[in-house]
Design a protein around this ligand. Structure first.
Ligand code: NDP
Ligand code: GDR
Length: 350
């Protein structure tokens, strides 16, 4: 039985990847950071919580990686942990650099020392492209011009992984993944902020939705499709880096319009914008060309833009309906007991 370690197991991609690897027969270890309030709702909802082994592993703490890798030398290590929210990286640039950037060096250097035969996957990001200019769509040859502390940290990590691959001959890959979403997407990211608000407006729990830069264009795919690509990268003869995307871009406005339409509502009646949700510098257009992944690994996205939005809107409506009936407490829709996300307007980065 192959052994896999997934860091960032409590996040969106962590649960999809855990589910995917369990179905392939892997023994899955999930790295999590200790919080005062446990954060396992996604793992429980996906019904993988009881099937994986949880290990405390914080990217700020090299000893936690050493403790694990000394005992267990996994066949595959997927580094999904990060301070992953671009907006907050402007508020916490040093923490973002420490976890999203330097944390990767801590991990890959520990792998080099204690488990050099482990195959390594790094969650690189389309945000690294940043100011793309005329380079549309982006592919593996496009120049990186990061526009946030998050993107700068991911770019540093990307080059560290390339360096360890060539300097130490490690099987280390980076997937340059474009935005991918799902019903398990964190509530602060714009897609889930929209679908959650649409569900609440539909059910009379919320009056309006306030967004920031609705002209920003993104290439949105489905997280379930994208974790398959992560696994495929570690099954190749040689380690390499791949763009994973749909090659279609839509504006935030398009995403919101379609979300309201699916719920039978009119976007114009409920949506406004406020500069408090705008970033000091934003990325205006990301659209990725996944041709290399298709040619070399046979990977293609399966879920399209409209299907993705339908999946998310319907799931959020179902969650809030069940909440109103008193059947469930929607941990996935509420930050903490009694604190609805919408009651935190002071968070300008949401
Ligand atoms: P999430 O924000 O949903 O998950 C991030 C995970 O990292 C969570 O499990 C979080 O734990 C964990 N984490 C945060 N800080 C630390 C730390 N100091 N030590 C250990 N773990 C930590 O992100 P996604 O699942 O969406 O993304 C997975 C990875 O892919 C991230 O690295 C992200 O930057 C990258 N990425 C994501 C894309 C996307 O569109 N989703 C696109 C491109 C790249 P906790 O639950 O405790 O907060
Ligand atoms: P992104 O995702 O920054 O692309 O990073 P996010 O959903 O936060 O923003 C996408 C675009 O929407 C604009 N926007 C808003 N964003 C948020 N969060 N809230 C709003 O109200 C709002 N209004 C408009 C943003 O300005 C931006 O242009 C995600 C993360 O998953 C990263 O970890 C990952 O690397 C990249 O995708 C690829």
């Amino acid at each position: 039985m192959k052994i896999a370690l997934i860091t960032g197991i409590t996040g969106q991609d962590g649960v999809y990847l855990a589910d995917f690897l369990l179905k392939k027969g892997y023994d899955v270890y999930g790295g999590f950071r200790r919080l005062s309030t446990p954060n396992f709702w996604r793992l429980k909802d996906m019904e993988v919580f009881d099937k994986i082994k949880l290990v405390p592993l914080d990217l700020s703490d090299q000893s936690s990686m050493m403790n694990f890798l000394e005992k267990i030398k996994p066949d595959e290590i997927y580094n999904l942990a990060a301070q992953s929210f671009v907006g907050v990286s402007f508020e916490q640039p040093i923490h973002s650099g420490d976890i999203t950037g330097l944390g990767v060096t801590r991990l890959i250097d520990t792998i080099r020392t204690l488990s050099p035969k482990s195959k390594f996957y790094q969650a690189s990001s389309s945000e690294m492209y940043g100011d793309v200019g005329d380079a549309v769509p982006q592919d593996e040859t496009t120049v990186f011009k990061p526009r946030s502390p998050y993107a700068a940290a991911k770019t540093y990590a990307h080059y560290i992984v390339q360096n360890y691959r060539s300097a130490y001959n490690l099987y280390a890959c980076s997937g340059i993944l474009f935005n991918h979403e799902s019903p398990y997407r964190g509530i602060e990211f714009v897609t889930r902020k929209i679908t959650n608000a649409v569900a609440r407006i539909k059910l009379g729990l919320q009056k309006e939705l306030t967004l920031g830069n609705i002209d920003a264009q993104r290439d949105w795919g489905f997280a379930g499709d994208y974790v398959q690509a992560m696994w495929m990268m570690l099954q190749q003869d040689k380690p390499d880096d791949y763009v994973i995307a749909t090659n279609e871009a839509y504006t935030v406005r398009d995403f919101a319009k379609k979300s309201f339409e699916i719920a039978g509502l009119n976007y114009e009646d409920y949506t406004k914008t406020d500069t408090k949700f705008m970033r000091p510098s934003d990325v205006h257009l990301l659209k990725g060309n996944p041709q290399k992944a298709k040619d070399k690994m046979g990977w293609e996205p399966k879920v399209n833009f409209n299907e993705l939005i339908k999946m998310m809107v319907e799931r959020d409506i179902q969650r809030w309906r069940r909440y109103l009936k008193g059947e469930v407490f929607p941990w996935d829709a509420i930050n903490a007991e009694g604190w609805e996300v919408t009651s935190l307007p002071s968070y300008r980065f949401t």
